[in-house]
Design a protein around this ligand. Structure first.
Ligand SMILES: [Zn+2]
Length: 284
């Protein structure tokens, strides 16, 4: 191999890594801190509804991936507050992104993940008929009976899930078309469909398995393996190789941004591990 060919090959290899794998890795790592923020919003939602209905809200306790609000609950309607809290962030992100499209990679990734997590998880949780969902059923049963309560919850859950999937697909198409601009329109479509479909399936299976909370991270080793498999699927199969001669000048995710994302994610993972041995309490 001549010297020039060698330089071209190494630049090409570097491009494959920095343009295909690095953005995906950063996106997946960002899931952990954003799932934590979404969990805090969920509990704050319970807390705010508790305060409105005459109860108290004194803090949040975190044991492993499970979170719970602390305070005196006066009304069963508090069960619904968690989902309202999550929908509130999704709506804020959707409204902001209509006016102002983030220019940075991190901003785009945060938008996509906050919409995805907070539009897909609440209906999956509601459909599970456990935890908060059970709370809503028991408060509805007094008015319409058990069978109708379950029918209402499942109908609302399916309608919300379909809406959530539709909006998430639009966000992920916009994301993949900007982050991997050399993909064809068809391939971008396929990639975003699979991205939303795989996430939705994982969340639905997580709730069907009986675990309440944020499922991908409730089992750390398991979620790491899932992330690795998805990274390989998206990075090596779905996102096509960069064409030879594709402009390499600007990488979408800088090394600086990647390092910050990596450090924050490792910190959040350590917090989860710590909280599974020793519950962490946040008192207001
Ligand atoms: Zn809840």
């Amino acid at each position: 191999m001549s010297r020039v060919a060698g330089i071209l090959a190494s630049r090409q290899l570097n491009g494959q890594f920095s343009r295909r794998l690095l953005p995906l890795l950063a996106l997946f790592l960002l899931y952990f801190p954003l799932a934590l923020i979404s969990g805090l919003c969920h509990e704050t939602g319970h807390g705010v509804v508790s305060l409105i209905t005459g109860g108290t809200f004194t803090g949040i306790i975190m044991s492993g991936r499970q979170m719970e609000m602390l305070g005196a609950v006066r009304s069963p309607i508090v069960s619904i507050g968690g989902w309202l809290g999550q929908y509130a962030i999704a709506v804020v992100v959707i409204l902001i992104s209509r006016k102002y499209t983030p220019k940075s990679f991190a901003g785009r990734s945060i938008d996509l993940l906050l919409v995805l997590i907070n539009l897909i998880e609440p209906p999956a949780y509601a459909a599970s008929l456990q935890g908060d969902s059970q709370g809503v059923i028991s408060s509805l049963t007094g008015y319409v009976g058990l069978a109708a309560s379950i029918a209402i919850i499942e109908t609302v859950a399916v309608a919300s899930l379909l809406t959530g999937i539709y909006i998430s697909l639009r966000f992920s198409y916009a994301y993949f078309s900007v982050v991997f601009p050399w993909m064809s329109r068809k391939r971008t479509n396929l990639t975003s469909y699979l991205f939303v479909a795989i996430y939705t399936t994982l969340v639905l299976f997580g709730y069907m398995g009986g675990s309440i909370g944020f499922n991908l991270s409730s089992n750390l080793v398991g979620s790491m393996l899932v992330f690795l498999a998805l990274l390989l699927l998206f990075g090596f199969v779905l996102i096509p190789r960069l064409a030879l001669g594709y402009p390499m000048k600007k990488n979408i995710v800088s090394i600086g941004a990647f390092s910050v994302i990596g450090i924050i994610s490792i910190f959040v993972l350590l917090v989860y591990v710590l909280a599974s041995y020793m519950p962490i309490t946040i008192i207001f």
